[in-house]
Design a protein around this ligand. Structure first.
Ligand code: SF4
Length: 244
């Protein structure tokens, strides 16, 4: 079964080399693979072109829907592996959308890239099957809080959160739009006993000014609770653009 990828431009798969912009690997040169489709619908999602296709009436703050044909591309695992290998990086970040919705073809893809380290960026609602899980070096799990607009019974699944919280490969990254959002993180951290040093708070924002303004009040909250703060390096460097 082929993989369904997001596109940088119609017909051009979103496979590229860049610096990881967020979380524990921020600043590292990596290859990126962005897969299409998501099982959630965050109202502030900055990659809505992976799921908010024409005819989808779920709310999104930009009120934009995307042409599916122009924003999705099916490619074989062989073709994707060749394109990733050509980037010459020793680490791959698989992102989306929700990449674990394509666990089967993703596992086949990674069989073709045996020497590359792998980070998965997931919303934390889907488990990787063993054949894929064995290839993952790092899970960047971003559970979605109430301000995302997703119902908690879809976005915060106790069994999944417990499994990720007990896996030493997991780093949690919470998108924070206002100071009150941190109360939800506190409740989750207590319930699932997150590992010290494995929790990041990251400001919601798709422009440098918004990110910096929110980091000003986020930094003291990180200090108070012993959490790490994640910037969004790629936004400062390239703006809110595809393929970066
Ligand atoms: Fe977008 Fe991620 Fe939310 Fe899916 S889970 S809608 S990709 S922010």
């Amino acid at each position: 079964m082929p993989l369904t990828l997001a596109t940088q431009a119609p017909g051009e798969p979103e496979i590229f080399a860049s610096l990881q912009g967020e979380g524990p690997s921020a600043g590292r040169p990596v290859a990126f693979l962005r897969l299409s489709r998501c099982n959630l619908a965050c109202q502030w999602c900055d990659t809505a072109y992976t799921w908010h296709f024409e005819g989808d009436n779920r709310p999104h703050r930009d009120d934009t829907t995307f042409d599916r044909k122009a924003n999705q591309l099916m490619l074989s695992e062989d073709e994707v592996a060749q394109r990733i290998a050509a980037l010459g990086q020793d680490r791959l970040v698989v992102t989306g959308g929700e990449p674990l919705l394509q666990a089967g073809p993703l596992a086949k893809l990674l069989d073709l890239l045996p020497d590359i380290a792998v980070e998965i960026e997931t919303n934390g609602t889907v488990a990787a099957p063993p054949r894929l899980d064995v290839r993952i070096d790092q899970y960047n799990v971003s559970p979605k809080l109430a301000h995302s607009g997703n119902p908690a019974d879809l976005a915060l699944l106790p069994e999944r959160l417990d499994a990720y919280a007990t896996d030493p490969r997991t780093f949690f990254k919470f998108v924070i739009a206002q100071p009150d959002d941190v109360d939800e993180v506190l409740a989750l951290a207590e319930r699932y006993r997150f590992r010290p040093g494995h929790v990041f708070l990251m400001p919601e924002g798709t422009d440098s000014a918004t990110i910096r303004q929110r980091e000003a009040w986020l930094a003291p909250l990180c200090l108070e609770h012993g959490w790490r703060m994640s910037d969004r390096l790629h936004i400062h460097l390239y703006g809110d653009t595809r393929g970066t």
